[in-house]
Design a protein around this ligand. Structure first.
Ligand SMILES: [Fe+2]
Ligand SMILES: [Fe+2]
Length: 192
């Protein structure tokens, strides 16, 4: 399916606010892809589709996860919204015909992060964080970092997310810790 065909489908499936956000993430991901030598067509598809499962709520999420054989860990049982990444990847594959593994992983891990994220994964994670509709405290710092050093932008946004979750007294997903540790370890390896 082409980007234009997918846009038409998503415009009908998603709420207007979610659709606008998806378009913003797509445009931001394309810019980041150009800045970092990544394929901008892949970035566009991943950005457009990243929240395709975001409006599936409640027990419906668990129903669909079971249907696709998605493993649900203990944290996600308490915070089912975190499953819209893994579920979105399966929907992108089986309903929208996306076969590229890096696009699917970028959708799969855009909410929690993950160990060993590739460049496209990081681009979608950051594009979701900094798209022009976002206005939370600290977003400007990540916006600036995003075009200087993608890994520094990742570490700063993961740090902010982890601190926010702790302030709320909520559960931290282990993949978020793994994402942060693996990027810092990569940096330490290349620095030595
Ligand atoms: Fe999302
Ligand atoms: Fe999003």
């Amino acid at each position: 399916m082409t980007v234009d065909e997918l846009k038409k489908i998503l415009a009908n499936k998603l709420s207007p606010k979610r659709y606008r956000h998806s378009i913003n993430v797509m445009e931001t991901a394309k810019k980041l892809a150009r800045a970092y030598g990544e394929n901008s067509d892949k970035a566009a598809l991943a950005g457009l589709l990243h929240d395709c499962a975001r409006d599936i709520k409640g027990d419906n999420i668990f129903f669909h996860c079971e249907k696709f054989g998605i493993a649900v860990n203990e944290v996600s049982k308490f915070q089912p919204d975190l499953l819209h990444g893994p579920l979105g990847a399966e929907i992108a594959k089986y309903e929208y015909g996306i076969e590229d593994v890096s696009i699917l992983n970028a959708i799969r891990w855009h909410t929690t992060g993950h160990e060993h994220m590739d460049k496209l994964c990081k681009i979608i994670y950051i594009a979701d964080y900094i798209e022009p509709g976002r206005s939370f405290p600290g977003v400007e710092e990540v916006r600036q970092l995003a075009y200087c050093n993608l890994d520094d932008a990742m570490i700063t946004s993961l740090d902010r997310t982890i601190k926010y979750v702790i302030t709320k007294g909520a559960l931290l997903h282990p993949d978020t810790i793994d994402a942060r540790n693996s990027i810092i370890m990569e940096k330490l390896r290349t620095d030595t």
